[in-house]
Design a binder for this molecule. Structure first.
Ligand code: TXA
Ligand code: MG
Length: 328
């Protein structure tokens, strides 16, 4: 048993001050965002950023998102903001949309894994904004989870994942969206979806029309993302009906409660009313809880693939694909 990271109330100004001091010293803090918790370092401090990669055991070829505190900061870090990007920024920032833009030389190569582009977003969580603005510099942050594992949406899940590696977690309550930001890139005045996330494809299309999806075997990926991301340690299978849940030592992630299920302690229901936003907010924290039970397999009920359901199903498919790899 190692030392637990200290969890401080992120709404206390003194906690934010402590976190800023850690960032200024070139160290890492975990902080809440409206999507998932982030593992942050000063984006302009190469050593701090390198520590993120070490802590997550993340390959250096997988670039990080920078989080800005004001829209006005953008030109200092992105060379060009095309009109489509501006429309998206006006509508979705602050909020859960990440935009890939041409980078300024101010951003160290370690952040972008040597790419000439940088992924940027302005989060809406008040604790995240306070932290970034108090630092006065962008914060580079991946989701706060060991590489390949599911993202944490609660402060205590972060602390458990990084015990004795991390000194400080700012607690801002459970993340309201519960899924990572949606990522888009803009090339030749066209918008490409790079990751399904907390802003649904429909919302993007309503605003801006055509969105290109770069599909490789049914999924959409940023470079560096592996096909078995977001996976629990235990095998996971997606089921259409409860009859398919055959193994006795199993746990069950239901989308909504059907009429006659045996509600065991190994069952979690994402949204009893079938509300996709509520389901998304519970998604990772329930999966992480189920993954801790001593079972042979996690069964996950299929989720309707509209709105946020697409993002959840994509993450479940990746988890199921990893399970297939493990059994071969
Ligand atoms: O909601 C979120 O986006 C959370 C919170 C903390 O902001 N962050 C997050 O970061 O999910 P991460 O590192 O877990 O996922 C970021 C993804 C990675 O798949 C990475 O490959 C991609 O963004 N990415 C980052 N910079 C990129 C770039 N310049 N070009 C293409 N993809 C990029
Ligand atoms: Mg991640």
């Amino acid at each position: 048993m190692g030392l637990q990271p200290e969890i401080l109330d992120g709404y206390e100004p003194a906690s934010v001050e402590r976190a800023v001091a850690v960032l200024r010293a070139g160290d890492v803090v975990a902080f809440p965002t409206e999507t998932v918790y982030g593992l942050g370092a000063d984006a302009l401090n190469r050593i701090g950023v390198a520590k993120i990669f070490e802590m997550k055991k993340r390959p250096r070829f997988d670039p990080l998102i920078i989080h800005i505190g004001q829209k006005e900061w953008l030109p200092s870090f992105a060379r060009d903001v095309p009109p489509q990007a501006q429309i998206l920024i006006d509508r979705f920032w602050p909020g859960p949309l990440t935009i890939i833009l041409q980078k300024q030389p101010t951003i160290p190569d370690i952040v972008t894994a040597g790419l000439q582009t940088v992924a940027v977003r302005m989060p809406s969580h008040p604790v995240a904004l306070n932290l970034i603005n108090a630092l006065g510099r962008p914060v580079a942050a991946p989701s706060a989870n060991p590489f390949g594992y599911m993202s944490a949406t609660k402060a205590d899940h972060v602390a458990q994942m990084f015990e004795n590696k991390l000194s400080l977690v700012l607690d801002g309550g459970p993340s309201t969206f519960g899924l990572e930001s949606t990522i888009v890139a803009i090339k030749d005045h066209q918008i490409f979806l790079r990751r399904y996330g907390a802003v649904s494809l429909e919302e993007l299309q309503d605003l801006i029309g055509d969105i290109h999806k770069e599909a490789k075997d049914g999924t959409i990926d940023s470079p560096g993302q592996l096909p078995y991301h977001y996976a629990p340690h235990r095998p996971l299978a997606i089921i259409k009906t409860l009859d398919e849940a055959r193994a006795s030592a199993s746990s069950l992630l239901l989308f909504r409660t059907p009429s006659k299920i045996p509600v065991s302690k190994y069952t979690r229901t994402l949204s009893p009313t079938g509300d996709l936003r509520e389901a998304a907010a519970n998604f990772f924290s329930y999966l992480i809880e189920l993954d801790r039970e001593d079972v042979d397999i996690i069964y996950a009920e299929q989720i309707p693939e509209t709105g946020l359901g697409k993002a959840m199903m994509e993450r479940l498919r990746k988890a199921a694909r990893k399970s297939l790899r493990m059994t071969h």
